[in-house]
Write a protein that binds this ligand. Structure first.
Ligand code: FAD
Length: 292
């Protein structure tokens, strides 16, 4: 099903809740894919409608990503959305990729520029920014296209306003939906939504929710992008940083409150960065659907 139809329903029919999507990444170990399928099976009772699959930076791991897309497509009767990054890609290789996924009956794609690699030669790239990729995909396929948005601004951007102007270029090039980077302060998302609407961006904006499951992992992730960790949350995590169980508990409780706090915006969906594990997201969904 294409985004247009998925998000038109506006709610998860079973529970009167917005569309639920999960983001996964290709596992590194050989047995990882079958474990991931089992994890995702545990989440199917919550009626997700999209599973998105990350793509290695600068085209690394292309095969792993596409293999996982194929596997998920064979195992789940819901929309599987590959991510694709163009920073090290030629038009020719993108066209090949689009043909490959179209042959798999993929309907939606998340079009990204990707992070600029430090140590690689990127002279091969025919694309400088994601809006160029969106335009190219639009001209070569019938895919529905999603793009990334950054409630606190992209890390390279001089300010949020400039970043929103650049986001608008992606929408004008044909993108139909925005999935956001993770954030922990709902007020950033609220202001972002308002700024997007004021800028004339009216497509669905789907908040990215990360259930915190590990202290070091969180530190690493937040160092790579512009994300504010509220002081109270940070202090609480620091206090319990040597107890993985407490960190998970804090992370799950925080995400439950975050999702509940976002309900008032009547959003079209919620995107969960599940980090290939069912338990945290399952616990969150159990709670937020109960409170719905
Ligand atoms: P762009 O939209 O091109 O923006 C990049 C920067 O350039 C921004 O600062 C923007 O303001 C500026 N800019 C954009 N267009 C223009 C223009 N026309 N002129 C001048 N400046 C411009 N990375 C991966 O490697 N693999 C993944 O699978 C992946 N999945 C992601 C999923 C989500 C939901 C999100 C939010 C991010 C994901 N990323 C992934 C990270 C993403 O690749 C990086 O954040 C990357 O640095 C930017 O990609 P983009 O598509 O947002 O780039």
């Amino acid at each position: 099903m294409k985004f247009k139809d998925i998000y038109k329903q506006q709610n998860n029919s079973a529970k009167n809740f917005p569309v639920i999507s999960f983001e996964v990444f290709p596992p590194k170990d050989p047995g990882g894919n079958s474990l991931l399928i089992k994890e995702l099976q545990n989440l199917m009772p919550y009626n997700p409608q999209v599973i998105s699959v990350t793509y290695g930076a600068a085209g690394t791991g292309r095969e792993n990503s596409i293999n996982l897309v194929r596997l998920l497509k064979n195992n789940f009767d819901i929309s599987i959305m590959p991510h694709f990054t163009c920073i090290n890609a030629s038009k020719y290789s993108v066209e090949n990729y689009l043909n490959e996924i179209s042959n798999m009956d993929i309907k939606n794609i998340l079009a990204l520029r990707g992070d600029i690699p430090n140590d690689e030669n990127i002279t091969n790239s025919d694309f400088q920014y994601a809006n160029m990729l969106v335009e190219f995909i639009k001209s070569k396929s019938n895919l529905n296209i999603a793009v990334a948005g950054y409630p606190e601004g992209h890390i390279e951007s001089e300010n949020l306003e400039t970043d929103i102007k650049n986001l608008k270029k992606k929408i004008e090039a044909g993108a139909e939906i925005i999935y956001t980077q993770l954030f922990f302060e709902n007020s950033y998302f609220e202001k972002y939504l308002e700024k997007l609407r004021n800028a004339g961006i009216n497509v669905p904006v789907i908040p990215g929710i990360l259930p915190i499951t590990g202290y070091n992992q969180l530190k690493k992730m937040t160092s790579l992008c512009k994300v504010t960790l509220p002081e109270a949350l940070l202090n609480n995590l620091e206090k319990h940083k040597n107890s993985p169980d407490d960190i998970k508990k804090i992370g799950i409780e925080y995400a439950i409150n975050q999702v509940n706090g976002l309900k008032k915006y009547n959003l079209s969906g919620f995107h969960f960065y599940i980090l290939n594990k069912a338990f945290p997201t399952k616990t969150i969904l159990e709670e937020v659907l109960k409170q719905n």
